[in-house]
Write a protein of this length. Structure first.
Length: 329
């Protein structure tokens, strides 16, 4: 992969060409920054609008005139990393298109590691479906075969984007993602009805993750399964958060996490249900429930991320098996 950077702060200003010849093409994505899930689901007209962007990579081997499947790659709290581009390169080498989404650049954010409330998790999920809407109109892309792969915060985003209560409100009944791969997601926000319809879900997570609760994610997966969803989860023995990065495991001192905090459930209209009162309140925001978690003593400073030998390659193999099965099989 070759990259040219002219002291650019924005991903869109980087020229990127993979070793297989795929070259990134900038696309603008009209999106929004809802204050919470209720605004996204039930009061869309009140959402502040924004335009984010990303890069589309088409597989060089694709025959002319043939629409190809695509995977939206959604980064986590540290923004777009080399590993996300490596995944996009792997996908394009296998004949799939990839769109690397940049939720941060247009919002003037570089990281949410120390403060996840700089913009809402509802906005993260909305971004994914906004990208789906744009990509489904690209002539080279098969609109019926667009999936999304999210990492960490991005993993949370793609799970919510696949949830019918959210997707039906944003893009219309039954429309949206063909499949989802959630890598080490945070499941601290879940709809009471987590049904995903016919969208197959794959979750990959390390059993030594100290950013996100493995048990909380297991519960989320089981709840989806009980609604009839086609969902599978694989735990990687001894793996930390972001075990696909291909870089050594390090401690991120500034990380603010609360893996033990109670789950905040979401009513059908998107209103947060406060863990203490059990009451749905359309005014509650991410910050409100985060402050509750901190005051209750669940906040932790510092967490680990990175890979041990072979973990990144094992992740890529599982990723590729999933995507070729659900989008090309």
């Amino acid at each position: 992969m070759t990259t040219t950077t002219a002291a650019a702060a924005r991903f869109r200003d980087r020229a990127i060409t993979f070793a297989n010849g795929a070259t990134g093409r900038n696309l603008d994505v009209p999106s929004a920054s809802p204050r919470n899930y209720h605004q996204a689901v039930s009061a869309a007209g009140e959402m502040p609008r924004t335009v984010i962007d990303g890069k589309l990579f088409l597989p060089p081997s694709a025959p002319g005139g043939v629409r190809v499947p695509l995977v939206i790659v959604v980064p986590g709290s540290l923004g777009i990393a080399a590993s996300h581009l490596a995944h996009a390169e792997t996908l394009t080498s296998a004949g799939l298109a990839a769109f690397v989404l940049d939720p941060f650049g247009a919002r003037g954010i570089t990281s949410t590691v120390a403060n996840q409330t700089q913009y809402s998790f509802a906005a993260s999920a909305y971004d994914v479906l906004a990208a789906w809407r744009v990509l489904s109109q690209i002539p080279e892309i098969d609109a019926a075969r667009i999936g999304a792969q999210g990492h960490s915060r991005g993993g949370s985003a793609v799970l919510t984007a696949a949830t019918r209560r959210f997707a039906d409100a944003v893009v219309g009944h039954g429309r949206g993602l063909a499949a989802v791969l959630a890598a080490y997601p945070w499941s601290g926000h879940q709809f009471v009805d987590p049904a995903v319809g016919t969208t197959p879900i794959r979750v990959l997570m390390g059993d030594r993750d100290d950013w996100c609760s493995v048990q909380q994610v297991q519960g989320h997966v089981h709840a989806i399964r009980l609604t009839g969803g086609a969902v599978t989860m694989r735990l990687f023995d001894g793996a930390a958060h972001s075990f696909d990065r291909g870089t050594p495991v390090v401690r991120v001192a500034e990380a603010a996490v609360a893996p033990g905090a109670p789950t905040t459930y979401l009513a059908a209209d998107g209103a947060c249900i406060h863990p203490l009162t059990g009451q749905a309140d359309p005014a509650l925001t991410d910050r409100d429930v985060a402050v509750y978690g901190l005051k209750a003593g669940y906040g932790v400073r510092g967490a680990s991320l990175g890979s041990r030998d072979g973990e990144a390659a094992e992740f890529r193999a599982d990723m590729l098996t999933f995507w070729t099965a659900v989008l090309c099989g």
